[in-house]
Each structure stands twice: as structure tokens, then as C-alpha cells.
Design a protein around this ligand. Structure first.
Ligand SMILES: [Zn+2]
Length: 63
């Protein structure tokens, strides 16, 4: 299990990055959305899609 977050700022293509807890690219922003703990990234992305129409896993942490 890992804890996942959504970055508050969208990428240039309009999608929002999903990160694992501890990722160096995850900004310590109070407006980031916490997705809670997930067994794998797919359920985290499914939950992220309830907040934003387009989400993408972070290439750095492999979320
Ligand atoms: Zn990341």
C-alpha cells in the first residue's frame, strides 16, 4: 500500500499528475488532493478521476 496525492497544478497538456507519498516532484502544497492509501496505482488513478477529468501517473515515482 502507498499513499497517493494529486498535484494542484495541471501539466501543460491539462492533465493532473498523481504521485506517491515522498516523491521529489510532489509539491508540499496545502491545496494538493490526498487520494488516500491504495494497493496499486490503478485504483489511485480511478479515484483521481473523480476529481479531475484527466490524470496521469508521475513518470518519476511511477505512481
Ligand atoms: Zn511523483
Amino acid at each position: 500500500m502507498a499513499f497517493y496525492h494529486i498535484n494542484p497544478k495541471p501539466l501543460p497538456d491539462g492533465s493532473y499528475e498523481v504521485h506517491k507519498e515522498g516523491c521529489g516532484l510532489l509539491v508540499p502544497d496545502p491545496e494538493r488532493i490526498d487520494l488516500g492509501s491504495h494497493a496499486d496505482v490503478q485504483t489511485a488513478l480511478d479515484k483521481a478521476l473523480t476529481f479531475h477529468a484527466r490524470v496521469t501517473p508521475c513518470v518519476h515515482c511511477g505512481a
